[in-house]
Design a protein around this ligand. Structure first.
Ligand SMILES: Nc1ncnc2c1ncn2[C@@H]1O[C@H](COP(=O)(O)OP(=O)(O)OP(=O)(O)O)[C@@H](O)[C@H]1O
Ligand SMILES: [Mg+2]
Length: 480
């Protein structure tokens, strides 16, 4: 026999308690296992053969002795400190006062078991300390492991998940079906897979990066919460987009600035080189006109007078362009004084040449306060807007209205025409210098108007409808 066998007679004390036993017989294996090799044993007491057994943490003598008292078989596994071994013991009572025992050395098995338990404990601790959900499924898709983070994320305890089918725990829908498809594929191919999915969480949804690994016949699933990462990614994308937009806007602005700088230089040059000769031309024209008046009437005189008037008209036009250019290019400094708006409007209407098919009217709400502003600015603003209005109605005629009314601390002036209106494409550009749709336009009028209005701390806007007309609205402080 490989297992140890001993046959013993129990020695009881005065109270009938087993205190020792005498070996009646023991096989080779028993002697080997209990390290009695070579020592005389038969007929001797166990306390003599192995004296330290009395001090072993386990009561070997009492336990085995009791078998004779109860007559019941006894099977147990115990560690014997004295011998440093684990034994599986089977003891029974073949005749009164005696017991027989079969012992098996299970030290190796116990060690393996303990190591296994230890490593299982460590692995469980490890899995539980993972802050991401981690679970395992067997080949039937039943949970075999469910860590603490899984409990936290799903609100489902390990108890309610283990041994249950995946669908039973997570329900059967599009998402879970897709997951199961991947799980089965991993089981079949033994190749790990990673996919992104949104899983139900106690409070709201969470985006997970799910890694599936083949383990044995089943799989392990490791879900990493990447909601924050995804959110940041989204924000980053938005920032990048916004940044790109900003760069675009800035570039446009810079281009605008370059353009304005070029215009400024040109304007300075024009102011210097054209203004002065222009003034002499105007002066000479005046003199020529006067001299012409003194001549006797004739067909020639009439012709020359017409030419001079035409030259004068064109010169005035050149003068307007030069003035606009300079106004646009140089910094403005309004000279504030008491200003009667109605007077300005009246003189403007009488000075301008309106075609017959255009009706002009104005309305100044009474009582109207005296403005404190720069009258020359107001005059140029209104002139430019009125001229634009007239030009917009050139083809089919219409009505031009100027309305002015005070409101709290501001004054509102509206100039309306029933002309062609401004199409969408032009809306953003009309205040930009050099934008014009007219064959004889410079595209400086509105750019100057805007500059003048802003110099008076005012604001200009417009409403327009193609084919119906346009209204420019100026709002500026009553007193600067
Ligand atoms: N009342 C309006 N109705 C329709 N379009 C308008 C009106 N006012 C301005 N516009 C449009 O805006 C453009 C720019 O006007 P702006 O006064 O700046 O320049 P312009 O009139 O073309 O030339 P300039 O005033 O320098 O002689 C015009 O060419 C026209 O297309
Ligand atoms: Mg104009």
């Amino acid at each position: 026999m490989n297992d140890g066998f001993a046959y013993c007679k129990v020695i009881l004390d005065q109270y009938g308690k087993p205190v020792d036993y005498i070996f009646a017989d023991a096989n080779e294996a028993y002697r080997r296992l209990t390290k009695l090799n070579g020592k005389p044993g038969i007929g001797r007491k166990i306390t003599e053969v192995i004296p330290s057994l009395k001090n072993d943490p386990f009561d070997w003598i009492g336990t085995c002795g009791r078998v004779t008292l109860t007559g019941k078989n006894l099977t147990f596994e115990r560690y014997c400190k004295t011998l440093g071994k684990w034994f599986a013991v089977n003891a029974y009572c073949p005749e009164k006062g005696y017991f027989a025992m079969i012992i098996k050395d299970i030290t190796q098995r116990k060690k393996t078991e303990q190591a296994l338990k230890q490593s299982e404990k460590q692995y469980k601790q490890l899995a539980n300390s993972i802050t991401n959900p981690f679970f395992a499924l067997d080949s039937c898709l039943k949970f075999t492991y469910w860590n603490k983070a899984s409990e936290k994320f799903t609100g489902i305890s390990a108890e309610n998940a283990i041994r249950k089918h995946f669908y039973e725990v997570f329900g059967k829908d599009k998402t879970t079906r897709k997951a199961v498809g991947i799980y089965l594929e991993v089981m079949r191919t033994h190749k790990s897979r990673t996919f992104i999915d949104t899983l139900r969480k106690v409070n709201g949804n969470t985006i997970f990066e799910i890694q599936v690994y083949p383990t044995g016949n089943g799989i392990s699933v490791f879900a990493k919460d990447i909601t924050e990462r995804k959110r940041l990614q989204g924000t980053l994308e938005q920032y990048t987009k916004r940044l790109e937009e900003l760069v675009k806007i800035r570039t446009e602005k810079l281009k605008g600035v370059e353009r304005l700088a070029a215009i400024g230089e040109t304007a300075g040059m024009i102011g210097h080189d054209i203004r002065n000769p222009l003034q002499s031309i105007i002066g000479e024209l005046y003199l020529a006109e006067e001299e012409l008046k003194a001549l006797p009437e004739s067909a020639e005189k009439k012709k020359i007078t017409e030419s001079i008037l035409s030259i004068e008209e064109q010169t005035m036009y050149i003068n307007k362009i030069v003035t606009d250019l300079q106004d646009y290019a140089k910094p403005l400094s309004p000279v504030v004084q008491e200003t009667n708006l109605e007077e300005i409007i009246q003189s403007l209407i009488s000075a301008l040449d309106f075609p017959d098919n255009i009706k002009v009217s104005y309305l100044v709400e009474k009582p109207f306060p005296t403005l404190k502003t720069d009258p020359s600015f107001i005059q140029r603003i209104l002139t430019n807007l009125t001229v634009n209005g007239i030009q917009a109605m050139q083809e089919k005629g219409g009505e031009l209205t100027i309305n002015a009314f005070p409101r709290a601390k501001t004054v509102i002036i509206a100039i309306s025409d029933t002309g062609v209106g401004i199409p969408d494409a032009g809306k953003e550009k009309i205040f930009k210098p050099l934008f014009t749709t007219k064959s004889k336009g410079q595209g400086f009028g509105l750019a100057v108007v805007k500059k003048l209005v802003e110099a008076l701390n005012g604001h200009i806007s417009f409403e327009t409808e193609v084919g119906k007309g346009t209204t420019f609205i100026i709002e500026m402080p009553l007193r600067d």
